[in-house]
Design a protein around this ligand. Structure first.
Ligand code: AMP
Ligand code: GLY
Length: 424
């Protein structure tokens, strides 16, 4: 297979690493990729949201499958773009069409979908500029903390959790009337606060059948003990110890199956990953959010635990034969620790030379935000490297990740020393 993988983060490096192990792979291109992905294929400087550029590359290079890493091209309709064009309609795209991607692209769409299909989630109501006053009253009738969500994509910043009513009402106004998140906050979902511990569950589906991947837990806050600002993710572990067989059965029966059947019942074709952001409320799983792609940094622990050939699974998605494929994962645990640029998630500097990458022998270093300058690797983002390790338990995997991270240096590097603190 000749594959074009779109994206440039740690998720894409982990997927490239996994695909490169497949005997089905003939050639892998990553657009735009990073200094890590070039170890597994050819980086090409394409913009994943410039669909005409993607099409031209696909035709010139005889690509026979496009794998989409991030949500943006999906929400913008890359899958529909392929299907609508006779020259490329036969080339499978792994990732849902525009409507399916609305599960992530619109919180209100996702909420309505869950209500329609009886999928457990927090109670909610949606407001616009025209119903701002009703929004104030709705908030006044709720108990704190107040959860406000911009309806559209807001680069992971669109969710606000506020402890007092005045602040919540002020923020609601700023989102709806003053376009705090631009168009993304022209509608706002207000929902009941759920208290519990979160986990991420992933399935791959061809629209009819599905395979469940290893579950993971990510750590979103910049500071230890989950304090400080939200980030793209500071580390992850898999498996998640509290997700026992009973809890996983509930996830399957109350959430995964109704979602797959619901998509079908609504006439929404869906070929790709569904990421279920879940919360465990006293032993019952609830959906906090859907994403139409894999998680990052969760992919950096999920791919290493996947024993099956990823391209075989993707071929099953493309040809509607996923039910005939086998998915197996390793018993070994995997952990990842994210090394970030000092200052992230606020202002930070890029272009710092990274030292010590070749001294790491006990971990896989997935690149999240790096660029190559000849043989030199430099930081090129807030999240720079995901240091992934295996272990017979989470503790031993974490120890390896931390020992390896200690061998890597760049100016102002920072990482949390407590990944897994709440589950080991
Ligand atoms: P989201 O972008 O929807 O995943 O929200 C970001 C984060 O806000 C989640 O990972 C949760 O930690 C938190 N969150 C979102 N919705 C709720 C809720 N209803 N109750 C409690 N926490 C929430
Ligand atoms: N780790 C959360 C996400 O990928 O959205």
């Amino acid at each position: 297979m000749r594959i074009l993988l779109l994206g440039s983060g740690g998720r894409e490096h982990a997927m490239a690493w996994k695909m490169a192990q497949s005997s089905m792979l003939e050639e892998l291109f990553i657009a735009p990729g990073n200094a890590g992905t070039r170890q597994h294929g050819k980086n090409v400087s394409l913009n994943p949201t410039n669909f005409d550029e993607v099409k031209a590359f696909v035709l010139e290079n005889n690509i026979n499958m496009v794998v989409v890493g991030p949500e943006e091209p999906l929400v913008k309709g890359i899958h529909d773009f392929f299907l609508a064009d006779p020259e490329i309609k036969g080339i499978p795209v792994i990732g849902p069409g525009k409507i399916g991607a609305q599960l992530e692209g619109s919180k209100d769409f996702a909420k309505q979908f869950m209500m329609r299909h009886n999928i457990p989630t927090a109670k909610y109501a949606t407001f616009t500029k025209d119903t701002l006053e009703a929004g104030y009253s709705f908030l006044a009738g709720m108990k704190p903390p107040y959860v406000l969500k911009a309806d559209g994509l807001a680069a992971g910043k669109g969710v606000l959790i506020l402890d007092n009513l005045e602040d919540a009402q002020k923020e609601l106004k700023s989102m709806l009337a003053d376009a705090k998140f631009g168009d993304a906050s022209s509608r706002v979902v207000i929902e009941q606060f759920l208290s519990g511990i979160e986990l991420s569950v992933f399935v791959l589906t061809d629209g009819d059948s599905y395979k469940v991947l290893p579950e993971a837990k990510d750590y979103k806050r910049i500071g230890e003990k989950d304090t400080g600002l939200n980030t793209g993710g500071m580390g992850a572990v898999s498996p998640v110890p509290f997700a026992d067989a009973t809890f996983k059965d509930k996830i399957q029966n109350q959430i995964i199956i109704p979602t797959i059947k619901g998509l079908k019942a609504d006439g929404i074709p869906y070929k790709g990953f569904i990421f279920f952001g879940l919360i465990n409320v006293k032993g019952e799983p609830y959906v906090i959010e859907y994403n139409c792609r894999m998680g990052d940094p969760e992919t950096e622990v999920v791919m290493p635990r996947l024993r099956s050939d990823l391209l075989d699974l993707f071929e099953g998605v493309a040809t509607n034969t996923l039910s005939e494929r086998d998915i197996q994962y390793m018993d070994q645990c995997a952990t990842t620790v994210m090394m970030v640029s000092g200052g992230y998630p606020e202002d930070y500097e890029k272009g710092k030379q990274i030292f010590g990458l070749n001294t790491v022998t006990d971990s896989i270093v997935f690149h999240a935000g790096t660029s190559a300058d000849g043989p030199t690797v430099k930081s090129a983002g807030g999240r720079v490297l995901a240091v992934t390790s295996y272990g017979k338990d989470l503790e031993s995997a974490l120890k390896r990740s931390y020992d390896s991270a200690a061998k890597i240096e760049f100016d102002k590097a920072y990482y949390r020393k407590d990944i897994g603190f709440d589950v080991v």
